[in-house]
Design a binder for this molecule. Structure first.
Ligand SMILES: [Zn+2]
Length: 273
């Protein structure tokens, strides 16, 4: 099925993202107040990795349209899918993964749609998750997902295929994470040093696993390097303005977590409504 937004989602970055999102400039002058919007659009477009939209992975129709808020997210939350560390790195496998997660979230959890905004396979294929996500990112807006309990209103979630409690994530997956996070940081004006967090930083869960979690400092650094490589000079949002309740709480990681596919701790909570 193709969502009503499918065509729009693959047409590139909407200009509005620059106006109320990052206010970024590639080679532009920030301090003088003159921002080269054309160059900024170019930097953001160049930053966008190939993201397969819902029509491409043959998503089901959602039970209802996702809620889009004009306030951009202030944190990017990384998850693992807690599924097998498949050796199948193909695109068709990646698309099957997205379909199976969507089925689980809709039919077992009873959600309106797949929970996360983006999914990345072990082969490095990046896929749109919840309906309207690509459109919202392009516009500098936020689609409310279901991935981090009580923090879905201000976080965007990336599900990485695999279980990284004791295994290391493959290079293709990490490369795709760098590209995806750099794109999101540019789209939303986020500083990767503070914006990129793990699910366990908010909820009681082992997600995204010790091994992936241990790579977050390097990921933050690599994302910053990529952003500089894109020659994008961005006006980062003032992180001190982030409400205290949005900051990570670093709860205790449970000694044991139920080992079931797609289960990685609380995904929705009373504060999400
Ligand atoms: Zn998680």
């Amino acid at each position: 099925m193709s969502s009503p937004d499918a065509e729009r989602t693959d047409t590139g970055v909407a200009r509005r993202s620059v106006l109320h999102g990052a206010a970024l400039a590639a080679g532009g002058v920030l301090l003088g107040g003159a921002i080269d919007l054309a160059a900024a659009d170019g930097a953001l477009a160049a930053a966008r990795p190939r993201v397969y939209n819902r029509g491409e992975w043959n998503a089901r129709s959602p039970k209802r349209r996702a809620e889009v808020r004009s306030s951009p997210p202030d944190r990017i939350v990384l998850h693992h899918t807690a599924t097998a560390n498949s050796s199948d790195r193909s695109k068709s496998h990646a698309f099957r993964l997205s379909r199976s997660i969507q089925k689980y979230h809709m039919d077992t959890n009873g959600w309106s749609d797949i929970g996360q905004q983006l999914t990345i396979s072990r082969g490095g294929y990046i896929m749109e998750g919840r309906n309207r996500s690509l459109m919202a990112i392009g516009d500098g807006d936020h689609v409310v997902g279901a991935h981090t309990a009580n923090h879905n209103g201000h976080t965007i979630g990336i599900e990485s295929e695999g279980n990284y409690v004791s295994a290391k994530p493959p290079g293709d997956l990490m490369d795709a994470l760098v590209e995806t996070c750099a794109w999101l940081c540019l789209a939303y004006g986020l500083n990767p040093a503070s914006a990129i967090v793990g699910h366990r930083d908010y909820n009681v869960t082992a997600c995204p696993g010790d091994e992936l979690y241990a790579l977050l400092p390097r990921l933050r650094s690599d994302v910053g390097t990529r952003m500089r490589g894109l020659r994008a000079r961005i006006r980062l949002r003032d992180d001190s303005a982030v409400p205290e309740e949005h900051l990570p709480t670093y709860p205790q990681v449970p000694a044991q977590e139920r080992r079931a596919p797609f289960y990685h701790g609380p995904a929705v909570g009373p504060d999400d409504r």
